[in-house]
Design a protein around this ligand. Structure first.
Ligand code: SF4
Length: 424
């Protein structure tokens, strides 16, 4: 294992741009001189350093992925289940409700689905999965020590973040770390678990938390067992504590990746699988209409136009979806609020007002009525307010009013002004 050294701050050097003139390479995310690091960052770098650069250094957003949305909704439901300090545990219906709330917090597009139906199919799949999980595990439900435990630990010039799904305390500072998996049931290497073991054992906060939770003072914490739990099949993959040689080898790998990032080594490593699912093909020299991108030909200002076009399209789709949802909720509030007034939710207050308006769908018929009663000039123009003004005028004959009303449709406009409640 490398000795802890003074954190290096990488020199920012000019690097050849993919297109256009050479620009200074942006530096990796460094907090207080430490490189922000995690297992998923390392995996991405190992998959393709250029993909890592696009995501974590250039900060170009990837498209939402439905499998991440599905996994995080299952994780959120399990977090809800295990967040109890003491039994009783939530019922299976409450568990499903937690999943439903998480699922509905984003539209199908925001979750990365192409159609509402595909999103609904996965929602139903998630419910079945959680019910099966509940049934399979209910006899051994016990409040864990920690759920979704997130920590940042400084080590060897890195600030390493882990988020452990579940940590159980077996007494004497011995811990069992569980990582939930929701994707395919494939053979997994324990390397992600090595990261948990290394960081958990370096984390000074855990001893304090054991003392707070169990009143037990321990000199150190030690991961005794680690577990991948495959939620779709309820299969468990147990791993014994890794020995020093395994952790040492793993840590050499971590430091090697970190050194490459600090050294701004971001050459692409194309491959069938990593490129197939890569959102940065439009920017990558290996994917330019299936041919190598001609370098130095596009003006710098156009650097990201392809990505921006796709992003614009996605945002527009989201906006259309959100506008449709807003119209639907406005209509529901309009129906529920009857005559309007002020209403409060948990986080917002809303002042609802209603105005009844006329609409005249058949323009030709309205012109006919106005001409028949010599009212065309009085309408000033064929706008809604012009015709409504004629309708409201006191000297309008009953017959003209009746004929105009025959062309009118009454609509209710609902106006809602919302404010967030202080402190929410
Ligand atoms: S398309 Fe392939 S080579 Fe290019 S950045 Fe993505 S993964 Fe790397």
């Amino acid at each position: 294992m490398k000795k802890k050294s003074k954190p290096e701050t990488p020199a920012v050097q000019p690097a050849p741009a993919l297109f256009g003139e050479a620009v200074p390479a942006p530096a990796p995310a460094v907090k207080g001189g430490l490189l922000a690091f995690s297992y998923s960052k390392m995996s991405l770098y190992e998959e393709c350093p250029l993909k890592y650069k696009f995501k974590y250094i250039d900060k170009i957003k990837e498209e939402p992925k439905f499998y991440f949305a599905f996994g995080s909704a299952i994780h959120a439901a399990l977090e809800f289940l295990y967040s109890v300090k003491a039994p009783p545990f939530p019922t299976v219906e409450e568990l499903c409700e937690a999943f439903r709330l998480e699922w509905n917090s984003k539209s199908y597009l925001e979750k990365g689905y192409r159609t509402p139906q595909k999103s609904e199919d996965d929602y139903q799949k998630g419910l079945l999965m959680l019910r099966a999980y509940y049934e399979h595990n209910r006899a051994r439900f016990a409040p864990p020590f920690l759920v979704e435990y997130s920590t940042d630990v400084e080590v060897d010039g890195l600030l390493v973040r882990i988020i452990a799904d579940k940590i159980e305390h077996q007494g004497g500072g011995r811990l069992l770390v569980t990582d939930y998996k929701t994707g395919k049931d494939v053979k997994r290497q324990p390397s992600q678990l090595y990261m948990y073991q290394k960081i958990v054992e370096l984390d000074p906060r855990l001893r304090e938390k054991i003392a707070e939770t169990y009143g037990e003072r321990v000199a150190s914490v030690r991961v005794s067992q680690m577990l991948y739990y495959h939620v779709p099949t309820n299969k468990e993959y147990h791993f014994e504590r890794a020995d020093d040689r395994e952790i040492g080898g793993f840590w050499e790998r971590v430091l090697g990746v970190a050194d490459s990032i600090k050294g701004l080594k971001f050459d692409p490593t194309p491959g069938e699988m990593q490129c197939k699912w890569c959102d940065y093909k439009a920017l990558c020299p290996h994917f330019y209409g299936g041919h190598p991108r001609p370098l130095q030909t596009l003006p710098a200002a156009q650097e990201h136009i392809e990505i921006l076009v796709d992003r614009y399209g996605r945002l527009k789709e989201k906006m259309d979806e959100i506008q449709a949802q807003l119209a639907e909720v406005t209509e529901q509030i309009g129906r529920a609020a009857k005559d309007g007034g002020e209403y409060a939710g948990n986080s917002y207050t809303a002042r609802v007002s209603k105005a009844h308006k006329w609409a005249f769908p058949d323009r030709e018929a309205v012109i006919g009525v106005l001409n028949q009663f010599d009212l065309y000039q009085r309408a000033m123009s064929l706008t809604l307010s012009g015709i409504s003004g004629v309708l409201d005028s006191a000297d309008l004959s009953e017959e003209a009013r009746r004929k105009l009303l025959e062309q009118a449709v009454k609509k209710t406009a609902v106006e809602i002004k919302v404010e967030r409640k202080p402190g929410t």
